[in-house]
Design a protein around this ligand. Structure first.
Ligand code: M7G
Length: 318
C-alpha cells in the first residue's frame, strides 16, 4: 500500500511516541518502554489482542498500550517461509503449532502517553457504561460547563495544525481557514494494512467544539471534508468512498471538531450507534434544520466514574 505523501510507515512509531511525550519537552529515547515500571493493568482484551498498562517512567505517570497488529497479506509468504514451527499437539488430521516469526514480522504496536493525567488513566480503564440522553438544554446547563473545565488538552491538535508535530504524516491539507482541514492517519492505525484503515480530518477552525456547535453555517466545511477527504483517501490508498465509514463522535474525547474515516469492515473502537454519527446524516440533518444539533436530544455512553455522569445524576437525569 501507499505511504503518506511526505513520509513512510517506518517512521510512525517514533513519531507517535514523540508527540505523546512532547508536552513534557523531553527527548524520547528507546529506553522509554524499558524504563516503564508496571503499575496496574487498566484493560486486557484477549479478543482485540491489546493490553493497557498504567505505570511510571522516571517518576512520571504513563500509560502504555500494547497491541498485536493484523497479519499482513503482503508478508504472508515470507512469514510462512522464514518462521519456525513448534508442534503443540497432533490428533488425526488436526495439529496446532507455535509459529516463531522473525522479529521484523512480529512487531507489537506500542502507544505511550507520558506524562499521563488522571483523565487519561480513566479513559483507558475498563468501566461500567451508562447511556445518557442529553437535551439541548442539558448540554448548555450541564455538559458545556463541565467540558469547559474538565476536557482533555487539544495541544496535540494545535501541534498538527501548526506543523509542530506529525507534519510528515499529513495525507492531505486544505488550508482554507473556514472550510479547510488536515487529513492524517489516526494514531490508532499503524498504516501497515488497509483492513484497519483509520484517518482523521481535523478542521482548521478553532471555534467548533463538537457536533453540538454545528449549524447550516458549517455545511460548506462538512461537505468539503467529505468530498476532499474521500478523494484524498481514494488517491492515496485506492480505497473508494463506498468502503469508508465517515463519522463524528458524540461525545468526543477532544473538543476540536474532527471527522473519523475508517474502513467500513473494521469494527473501530467508538463506531457503534451510541457514539458515532455518520457525516452524511449530519449533513442531511443540518440541511433540513439548521438548529438540529442545538435542540435535539443526543444519547451517548458515559463511564461509571465520569464526572459528567455525576452531574447528570445530581440533576436527576439518570
Ligand atoms: P475523539 O472522538 O475525540 O475521541 O477522537 P476518542 O479518542 O475517544 O475516539 C480523537 C481521535 O484522535 C481518536 O481516534 C484518537 O485515536 C486520535 N488521536 C488522539 N491523539 C492524542 C492523537 C495524536 O496525537 N495524533 C493522531 N494522529 N491522532 C490522535
Amino acid at each position: 500500500m501507499a505511504d503518506s505523501e511526505n513520509g513512510g510507515a517506518a517512521k510512525r512509531l517514533k513519531t507517535d511516541a514523540e508527540n505523546d511525550c512532547g508536552d513534557a519537552g523531553e527527548p524520547i529515547s528507546d529506553s522509554l518502554v524499558s524504563d516503564f515500571e508496571i503499575g496496574r493493568i487498566l484493560r486486557d482484551c484477549a479478543r482485540e489482542k491489546n493490553i493497557f498498562i498504567h505505570g511510571k517512567v522516571k517518576d512520571q505517570d504513563a500509560v502504555v498500550i500494547l497491541e498485536k497488529t493484523p497479519i499482513r497479506q503482503d508478508t504472508l509468504s515470507e512469514l510462512l517461509k522464514s518462521s519456525q514451527l513448534k508442534l503443540e499437539m497432533k490428533n488425526d488430521v488436526y495439529s496446532t503449532y507455535q509459529l516463531q516469526a522473525p522479529a521484523h514480522l512480529n512487531e507489537i504496536k506500542t502507544t505511550v502517553v507520558c506524562p499521563a493525567t488522571e483523565k487519561h488513566v480513566k479513559k483507558y480503564l475498563h468501566q461500567e457504561v451508562f447511556l445518557v440522553e442529553e437535551s439541548g438544554e442539558d448540554y448548555r446547563n450541564l455538559t458545556l460547563p463541565y467540558i469547559s473545565s474538565q476536557s482533555f488538552s487539544v495541544q496535540w491538535v494545535h501541534n498538527i495544525l501548526e506543523k509542530k508535530a506529525e507534519a510528515d504524516r499529513i495525507v492531505f491539507e486544505d488550508p482554507d481557514p473556514d472550510t479547510g482541514f488536515v487529513l492524517l492517519p489516526d494514531f490508532k492505525w499503524d498504516q501497515k494494512q488497509l483492513q484497519d484503515l483509520y484517518l482523521i480530518a481535523i478542521v482548521h477552525r478553532k471555534d467548533v467544539k463538537s457536533l453540538r456547535d454545528l449549524t447550516s453555517e458549517h455545511l460548506p466545511l462538512l461537505t468539503n471534508i467529505r468530498s476532499k477527504g474521500e478523494d484524498a483517501i481514494q488517491r492515496q490508498y485506492s480505497v473508494p468512498p463506498s468502503k469508508l465509514r465517515v463519522y463524528l463522535h458524540y461525545q468526543p474525547s477532544y473538543y476540536h471538531l474532527h471527522v473519523h474515516f475508517t474502513s467500513v469492515e473494521y469494527d473501530a473502537p467508538g463506531c457503534r450507534v451510541e457514539r458515532a454519527h455518520l457525516l452524511s446524516d449530519v449533513i442531511q440533518n443540518l440541511q433540513a434544520d439548521s438548529s438540529h444539533y442545538h435542540n435535539r436530544s443526543l444519547a451517548f455512553p458515559l463511564r461509571a466514574d465520569d464526572g459528567l455522569l455525576l452531574k447528570f445524576k445530581e440533576a436527576g437525569k439518570v
